[in-house]
Design a protein around this ligand. Structure first.
Ligand code: NAD
Ligand code: WQD
Length: 346
């Protein structure tokens, strides 16, 4: 009896950008839930070491291909080689400041890259995608907590690239309702796997607060610059919705588990619903690490907003998911990663 070869291949999730911070943590959760995956990454902001560590954690070899999402030939080879049923699309550039300096690079990588990926998916009849969007698409919200139907008004090329991709995905669905599309808007991912073996490894000086605090605690930086203490918040410093990266990773797992049932493009906030100020973050990290963290109040960073946190109730309704890890766990896990790996994966 003849059976088509491709039918014999077990279906896989293609994880673009799977070697990165959120991607690597998601691989662990996918494996725990019994999913097979293949990683596609050009390692422009990550290293193979993260995959080696994930492999050790899950005690399995990881399938990965080194390639760029803008390389349609290479992507086609991947779709030919594997039976890809879903895509979790993390690959992208994410530094806000850099995106203002080099918008063409950002639009090319993020928007063009996603177009090439979608074209390849469609040609190969792969129509399920979970996309990494960002709370940055809301810009400066008129109130908090932020609900998914709030106005969208990103203020920099990075944020706009996320919004453009969301719009492209909505149009793809209109043109072909067989597509199953989940847009996940992350708030502020922090923390690390509890093993302390994988975590966030920013290159150069960190832009984000948590890695900056962690590097100060470990002695790599002298002090934390607090960007403004005159915001209209309870202590004057910026308030954000920090979410543990493992909670975030589990949100992706839930999205994959319900994706077959959706009948429209699903847009979800992935946040905790709690807002913490910069000073509260510094204090919480001091407690978790038993280190003194010096800080200086400096002027506001351009483009920053006072307060941003999610209303996560729709995600809970749809995914039956909510973030469970506490601020103390976020700080303890970040500290374990940072203190065990003061130079990241290097
Ligand atoms: P990351 O930089 O650690 O991971 C992104 C990965 O994508 C990296 O491994 C990088 O090498 C890869 N990549 C980038 N461009 C590529 C390309 N053209 N082809 C192939 N691979 C490419 O970032 P992260 O924090 O894990 O973020 C993952 C996704 O989530 C990104 O799309 C980011 O914009 C989005 N996001 C991140 C945050 C955050 O604060 N970390 C918040 C909201 C949204
Ligand atoms: C958090 C708070 C700062 C650094 C960014 C992107 C967003 C998303 C997540 C991808 C703010 C303050 C920071 C420092 C400080 N990424 N701060 N000293 O700005 O909320 O979001 O990352 O999608 O798009 O814009 O995160 O960690 O940079 O800042 O005082 O050295 O910490 O002013 O109030 P942000 P962040």
């Amino acid at each position: 009896m003849k059976t088509h070869v491709s039918k014999l291949k077990k279906s896989k999730i293609l994880v673009t950008g799977g070697a990165g911070y959120i991607g690597s943590h998601t691989l662990v959760e996918l494996d725990l839930a019994g999913y097979d995956f293949v990683v596609y990454d050009n390692f422009c902001n990550s290293s193979k070491e993260s995959l080696r560590r994930v492999s050790k954690l899950i005690n399995k070899n990881i399938l990965f291909e080194n390639g760029d999402i803008r390389d349609s030939e290479k992507l086609q080879q991947l779709f030919t080689k594997y039976n890809i049923e879903h895509v979790i699309h993390f690959a992208g550039l994410k530094a806000v400041g850099e995106s203002v300096e080099t918008p063409i690079k950002y639009y090319d990588n993020n928007v063009n890259g996603t177009l090439v990926l979608l074209d390849c998916m469609k040609k190969n009849n792969c129509k399920k995608i979970v996309f990494s969007s960002s709370a940055t698409v809301y810009g400066d919200p008129s109130s908090t907590p932020i609900e998914e139907d709030f106005p969208l008004n990103p203020t920099n090329p990075y944020g706009k690239s996320k919004l453009f991709i969301e719009e492209i995905l909505r149009d793809v669905f209109i043109s072909d309702p067989e597509f199953k599309i989940v847009l996940l808007r992350y708030f502020n991912p922090v923390g690390a796997h509890v093993s302390g073996t994988i975590g966030e490894d920013p290159s150069g000086t960190p832009n984000n607060l948590m890695p900056f605090i962690a590097q100060t605690a470990v002695g790599k930086r002298e002090f934390v610059s607090v960007f403004g203490d005159d915001y209209n918040t309870h202590d004057g410093t910026g308030v954000r919705d920090y979410i543990h990266v493992v909670d975030l990773a589990q949100g992706h797992l839930k999205a994959i588990q319900i994706i077959n049932n959706i009948t429209e493009v699903l847009t979800l906030n992935l946040g905790t619903g709690n807002g913490y100020s910069v000073l509260e973050m510094i204090k919480a990290f001091e407690k978790a690490s038993s280190k003194n963290i010096p800080y200086k109040i400096e002027r506001r960073r351009e483009g920053d907003i006072a307060s941003c946190f999610a209303d996560p109730s729709y995600s809970f309704e749809v995914l039956k998911w909510k973030a469970t890890k506490t601020l103390d766990e976020m700080c303890k896990d970040s500290w374990r990663w940072q203190s065990n790996n003061p130079n990241g994966y290097k």
